[in-house]
Design a protein around this ligand. Structure first.
Ligand code: SAM
Ligand code: SF4
Ligand code: SF4
Length: 371
């Protein structure tokens, strides 16, 4: 087998047993030809820049678990901006075209603008288009939108689960007013961080009644509203299939009030199913991660706050990139580590969800791995 095709298995256990990084120091031309075990290319990288959050959404960081006694990662355990930049460059060379900063709440990471500036510079250095986006709860967005744009951020996606304070505060387990989030969205729009998208997680019995008010509010606004099925990420949010409102049902409810016309995907691998309002009111979408799994098109890797690389939102463990980074290994070795782990990837959790239901599976929490 040629060197370019040789796969070196790097399991977390093997890594703990002291990998001989020199053995990986072999130049290989992975760029753009890299595919995983199911033929999927590596195109998107989600980076969780902090495991902290200023909200406690019940489906993500339930307060009973994520209370004051819960320790967050120490500063030394978190990847620095220099480390993230170095890794992103390697990912870009391996085919990544889109970076999404997430968390936890990414706007809580001090100096986040400096990281964005560094990433924006990579576009020019590599001479390839690199989309830089960020997902936020928008609590701090009104005051940061302009500086984020100036730093080179392309787009923001805002999470908002209802228009009434009662629903929003119950789901985010906070006292934050919806108006704070709406001001953040408006600031992002006027700063040119668009097209702004708004994500709403729909949970049965919690916020289904907000589907139509949200659709009505964001129609004709230039904002794309997307409804996300409640997922079983991590193991603390008490997920039950009964709590999932299928995307099909969301679309039917909206279409009864505002007729919808299906749209073709913007690009292959787009996770949202897109619709437009027949009266020209703009676009709306659904992300049916549970009821219509799209694993066959999943081109995303995830860099967790602590430097572990995960290839699936439902991963149990990842490849530790922080250790080799801090041991001073060269770019070629790091590239080979990343490429080999992607080449071995066969994840398709959502397609297998019902087959493995009931089996004990340890999964990383959303706030570490990044949504
Ligand atoms: N704090 C930021 C925010 O809320 O936008 C970024 C991180 S958050 C983990 C990213 C996205 O994941 C949010 O849109 C959130 O609604 C979504 N999310 C978190 N837990 C989820 C779950 N169990 N099911 C579906 N979506 C979830
Ligand atoms: Fe925080 Fe976002 Fe998770 Fe809500 S969904 S708790 S805002 S990280
Ligand atoms: Fe991708 Fe895993 Fe989600 Fe499937 S379950 S779409 S492989 S992240």
């Amino acid at each position: 087998m040629s060197d370019a095709l040789r796969i070196i298995p790097i399991t977390p256990a093997a890594q703990q047993a002291a990998v001989d990084y020199r053995a990986l120091d072999v130049a290989r031309d992975h760029a753009d030809t890299l595919v995983d075990g199911l033929g999927r290319p590596l195109r998107d990288l989600r980076i969780s820049v902090t495991d902290r959050c200023n909200l406690r959404c019940t489906y993500c960081m339930p307060r009973e678990i994520f209370d004051e006694s819960r320790t967050h990662l120490e500063r030394a355990e978190i990847l620095s901006f220099e480390e993230i930049e170095r890794l992103v460059l390697l990912f870009v060379r391996l085919g990544v075209r889109k970076i999404r900063l997430t968390g936890g709440e990414p706007l809580l990471r001090r100096g986040i603008e400096q990281l964005i500036e560094r990433l924006a510079r990579l576009q020019t250095m590599e001479g390839r288009p690199l989309e830089i986006a960020l997902t936020t709860n928008a609590v701090l967005l009104a005051r940061k939108a302009r500086s984020l744009k100036d730093a080179g951020l392309g787009r923001v996606t805002v999470s908002l689960d209802g228009l009434s304070d009662a629903t929003f505060q119950r789901m985010s387990d906070s006292t934050v007013a919806v108006s704070v989030v709406l001001e953040g969205i408006a600031a992002a729009q006027s700063a040119g961080l668009g097209p702004v998208k708004v994500n709403m997680v729909v949970k049965r019995g919690e916020n289904e009644h907000e589907i139509l008010p949200m659709a009505e509010y964001f129609r004709h606004s230039g904002i794309v509203l997307r409804f996300i099925e409640f997922m079983d990420v991590g193991s603390t949010n008490g997920w039950r299939m009964d709590d999932v409102v299928p995307a099909r049902e969301v679309i039917e409810r909206i279409a009864q009030r505002f007729p919808l016309v299906p749209l073709v995907p913007n690009y292959s691998g787009e996770v949202a199913e897109r619709w437009r309002y027949a009266d020209g009111g703009g676009e709306v979408g659904v992300i049916a991660s549970v009821t219509q799994a799209f694993c066959h098109e999943c081109t995303r890797a995830r860099l967790a706050t602590d430097g572990k690389l995960h290839h699936c939102l439902f991963a149990g463990d990842g490849l530790d990139l922080r250790v080799p980074l801090r041991q001073g290994v060269g770019d070629r070795v790091l590239t080979n580590l990343i490429a080999d782990s992607w080449a071995q990837r066969t994840d398709r959790y959502s397609q297998l969800r019902h087959e493995i239901a009931g089996q004990p599976v340890r999964k990383i929490e959303m706030s570490y791995i990044g949504g």
